[in-house]
Ligand binder design. Structure first.
Ligand code: BTN
Length: 250
């Protein structure tokens, strides 16, 4: 898609809410996570066509060829009493909503921060604290072909293209994502995870699977209302895990 650009000229006219103001676009940068100053207004957004040091959770790299994916970071300023890690789940619901409406296929959320389509990871969310602010990074694999995806490190990577067999324009998807994120974030600010829980619980990818998280193994029961993963360990004991790297049986 040669005219599929994410420049300010293309994206700004599509924005309806307060996320994306200001909107900063870079052709090439180390990571969009480093482009937002906590002094900026809440809702500032940075987008790059290419990241040379894009990062994911657990020190992993996040890579995509220019022109194929969405790399976006959003500056948020939740009250200090709130738990920033919950924002990865809030972002996961927003990504799932925007992708489902765009491509018409059901999307799942793999605790704590992955968005899954047909058992492939197609998006990831990363909430990083910056003083009192949070930089919420979202990467969506949109039009990558199989040989353009990164090597498998956890969940196998996929893209919207691989799942549907066609390319998707990125600018309308990004605008929809920012509108959905604003709605989910506002609901979370007002009522916490409870507000988005119905959209989270119903999309729980791990539920019923055998999982292992940092030494705790068992069957994933659910994401609980505090955003933790509940695991039924052998002997029927239920354990809640706050964070960590999940391995699962496919
Ligand atoms: C993960 O799944 O581990 C999180 C991936 C987050 C990737 C996005 S892409 C935009 C932003 N910039 C980064 O360097 N990382 C996030």
């Amino acid at each position: 898609m040669s005219d599929d650009l994410l420049t300010a000229e293309v994206v700004e006219p599509l924005l309806r809410g307060r996320l994306g103001k200001p909107y900063r676009f870079e052709q090439r940068t180390a990571s969009t996570q480093d482009l937002l100053d906590p002094e900026m207004h809440e809702g500032a957004v940075a987008v790059a066509e290419e990241q040379t040091a894009g990062r994911g959770r657990m020190g992993r790299r996040w890579e995509a060829p220019p022109g194929t994916a969405i790399h976006c970071s959003v500056l948020l300023k939740p009250p200090p009493t709130r738990r920033p890690p919950e924002l990865s789940l809030v972002a996961g619901v927003a990504v799932a909503d925007a992708v489902e409406r765009t491509i018409g296929l059901a999307v799942q959320i793999k605790w704590p921060n992955d968005v899954m389509l047909r058992r492939w990871k197609v998006a990831g969310c990363l909430a990083e604290q910056r003083g009192p602010a949070v930089v919420l990074g979202i990467g969506i694999n949109v039009n990558q072909r199989r040989d353009q995806l990164p090597p498998v490190t956890g969940a196998p990577p996929g893209s919207l293209y691989l799942a549907t067999g066609r390319e998707w324009p990125r600018a309308p998807l990004l605008a929809m994502l920012l509108a959905d994120l604003e709605r989910c974030y506002s609901e979370w600010l007002a009522s916490g995870l409870e507000a988005i829980y119905p959209y989270l619980g119903s999309r729980d990818f791990l539920r019923g699977r055998r999982v292992s998280v940092d030494g705790t193994s068992g069957t994933a029961e659910m994401i609980d209302r505090d955003g933790r993963l509940r695991i039924a360990v052998d002997g029927n004991q239920s354990v809640a895990v706050e964070s960590g790297e999940v391995s699962y049986e496919r």
